[in-house]
Write a protein that binds this ligand. Structure first.
Ligand SMILES: Cc1cc2nc3c(=O)[nH]c(=O)nc-3n(C[C@H](O)[C@H](O)[C@H](O)COP(=O)(O)OP(=O)(O)OC[C@H]3O[C@@H](n4cnc5c(N)ncnc54)[C@H](O)[C@@H]3O)c2cc1C
Length: 508
């Protein structure tokens, strides 16, 4: 279960990740003069920004990293941190034959060709070496990994890994590396310092950034600027504007406000990925508000729990075969439903006999929730249940009666195969589910060298972007492809750190 409040509390208490007391003040007093510009200024000390900083510094580059948050790590504090990578040493040691080509083919198959092949190619080529590197510096994958999949469409090979603390397992090893590298004195880190503008010369050339710290504006000169500031998943207004859908659940990092997108646009960059929104198959929301939090997840994967219930939209109509094996199909079926909502409908005998749908919830807990908890409902008749839940009553009554008839005939109108029982006996129950997304789809247009492009397709000199600022849709398309957000952020941040021309000598 993703609990935004507990995760937030965890982020704030992650004291080990905060810089030493006085460190930020020391950095402020050491502001560089224009002739003493940084080789690279990184906007965001998160998933992509940290490896970019580490590897730039290792080559002798002088780096300034600015973050609006009081801690480093960004979405790694929240992320499940599930990575996908092919051709890793771990796979080889287990005799798994895999390749970046096969990974690429899977991403394009699952996304039905809608991911950006140029960026996917770059990401999958770098994923294996990146996961090898993370393991070499202490990241331990869970026992039995890699696996084929978990919450998304399965890969054709076992190339999916994560640590026991999810994103925080990755952050822990990156933090150690940062501490080591900072001792070399080339990485300067300013927290609580949102970048508010890109600085340009009179001729329009990029010169650095402006950031706020302690209520004052500061300018920092840099030869190159990397936008690694994440997406906009905690900015419901921007979400609705860019994706055209209301944001119903907010489970994202609070500093994911879309700043990088606006910075890129301010110097002529443009955005892409606008028609790529896809909802997940949903969770039980905390309440009726939008955005709400997530209270629980109901098991809708038919291979883990064959469904007994039916799923209906606000009109009381079924919209997908409940035991549809492809999560991608289920997600695409939910997308056109009003507000990406559906209700799981069942009766008392089903509740008594079916395996529990919510992990660690007893049947009595469901009954109690239906009596008093938001988004859980019960009633003595289907009509009254519909009225309480906000579903069209005639629609629901018709749908249940049709479903019951189909069961007698042994042929379901939607082709459902698991047909254990009719819905006939009060009390009747409904649980409202909410489809949602936690990654932003729209992002900054870049070329295959991650240079930010202007509307004419020309790179804006010195400006780069990486991570979710590129838009999740670039690496995952209109689909959820396992690990294709966190892994590209890490891998392409690392790649930029290894390859950006700095004009400095390389340190071994
Ligand atoms: C709950 C959850 C679970 C997820 N699970 C997975 C998963 O299992 N697998 C997967 O592939 N993906 C997953 N994702 C997505 C993935 O974690 C993110 O896409 C990825 O971590 C984003 O990395 P990033 O570097 O682009 O952004 P971030 O890691 O968010 O870093 C951006 C940084 O920029 C900072 N920042 C923002 N604005 C400014 C500014 N103006 N000035 C300075 N700094 C700024 C932020 O504070 C932040 O530290 C998940 C996301 C969420 C929310």
């Amino acid at each position: 279960m993703i609990d935004r409040r507990s995760v937030l509390a965890g982020a704030v208490s992650f004291a080990a990740l905060q810089p030493r007391r006085g460190f930020a003040a020391a950095m402020r007093s050491a502001e560089p003069s224009p002739s003493n510009a940084y080789d690279l200024i990184i906007v965001g000390a998160g998933t992509a920004g940290l490896p970019a900083a580490l590897f730039t510094s290792r080559r002798g580059g002088r780096v300034l990293v600015l973050d609006s948050a009081p801690v480093i790590g960004g979405t790694l504090h929240f992320s499940t941190g599930q990575m996908s990578a092919a051709g890793t040493r771990l796979q080889q040691s287990l005799g798994i034959k895999d390749s970046a080509d096969a990974h690429f083919d899977d991403v394009m198959r699952i996304s039905e060709g809608s991911a950006n092949p140029e960026i996917v190619r770059l990401a999958v080529d770098q994923a294996g070496p990146t996961v090898d590197w993370l393991m070499s510096i202490g990241l331990e994958p869970m026992a039995g990994h890699p696996v084929m999949g978990l919450g998304h469409e399965f890969y054709s090979e076992r190339r999916y890994y994560w640590g026991k603390d999810g994103g925080r397992s990755i952050l822990a090893v990156l933090t150690q590396q940062l501490e080591t590298e900072r001792k070399q004195g080339r990485i300067e880190l300013l927290l609580d310092s949102p970048v508010t503008a890109l600085l340009t010369s009179d001729s329009g050339a990029l010169e650095g950034v402006r950031a706020t710290h302690d209520g004052a504006e500061h300018s920092y000169k840099g030869r190159k600027v990397l936008l690694a500031s994440g997406g906009y998943s905690s900015n419901p207004l921007l979400w609705e504007k860019l994706d055209g859908y209301k944001q119903h659940i907010d489970a994202a990092y609070p500093f994911s406000q879309g700043a990088g997108l606006q910075l890129a646009q301010s110097v002529g960059g443009y955005l892409r990925g606008r028609s790529m929104y896809l909802t997940s198959f949903g969770a039980v929301p905390t309440d009726e508000s939008s955005p709400a939090g997530i209270a629980a997840s109901f098991e809708t994967w038919p291979d883990r729990r064959a469904p007994w219930e039916i799923y209906v939209n606000v009109r009381g109509e079924r919209f997908v075969r409940e035991d549809e094996p492809s999560v991608n199909e289920r997600e695409h079926a939910l997308l056109p439903q009003p507000d990406q909502r559906y209700w799981i409908v069942f009766d008392e005998p089903m509740l008594a006999k079916a395996p529990p749908g919510i992990k660690d919830w007893t049947r009595d807990k469901i009954r109690n929730a239906a009596a008093k908890q938001a988004v859980f409902y019960s009633a003595a008749t289907l009509g009254e249940l519909a009225r309480r839940a906000g579903i069209d009553a005639r629609g629901l009554e018709y749908t249940v009666s049709r479903y019951n008839d189909d069961l007698v005939n042994g042929h379901d109108a939607w082709g459902r195969e698991h047909l254990p029982a009719q819905i006939t006996t009060a009390p009747f129950y409904a649980i409202r589910m909410q489809g949602f997304a936690i990654t932003s789809n729209v992002g900054i247009a870049v070329d295959a060298r991650l240079r930010v492009l202007d509307v004419h397709g020309n790179p804006i000199t010195g400006l780069y972007a990486v991570g979710e600022a590129l838009g999740h849709s670039q690496t995952s398309g209109k689909a959820y492809v396992g690990g294709m957000s966190v892994t590209p952020a890490l891998s392409l941040g690392r790649l930029l750190g290894q390859t950006l021309p700095l004009g400095v000598s390389t340190r071994t």
